[in-house]
Design a protein. Structure first.
Length: 70
C-alpha cells in the first residue's frame, strides 16, 4: 500500500504544508493584536481542522515499522 506521501506529488505536499502553517501563523498574529477576520467559533473550527490535516498528513507519512531501542 502506498504511503500518502507517495500519492501526493512533493510540489503539492509543500503547498499544502505552506498553506497550513501560513494560515495558522496569520491567525495567531491577528489574534495578538485583537483583529479577527472571522468570528471566534468559526476560527476555532478552522484552526482545529488545519491542525488535524497537518498532523494527520505528517502521521500518514511516517515509517510504520517499529525501530528497536539501541
Amino acid at each position: 500500500m502506498k504511503k500518502l506521501a507517495e500519492m501526493i506529488p512533493a510540489k503539492w505536499r509543500k503547498r499544502i504544508y505552506t498553506v497550513l502553517y501560513v494560515a495558522s501563523g496569520v491567525e495567531l498574529a491577528l489574534d495578538a493584536v485583537d483583529w479577527g477576520l472571522v468570528d471566534d467559533v468559526t476560527q476555532g473550527k478552522v484552526l482545529t481542522l488545519l491542525g488535524l490535516l497537518g498532523f494527520g498528513m505528517a502521521a500518514a507519512n511516517t515509517n510504520k515499522k517499529e525501530t528497536p531501542n539501541v
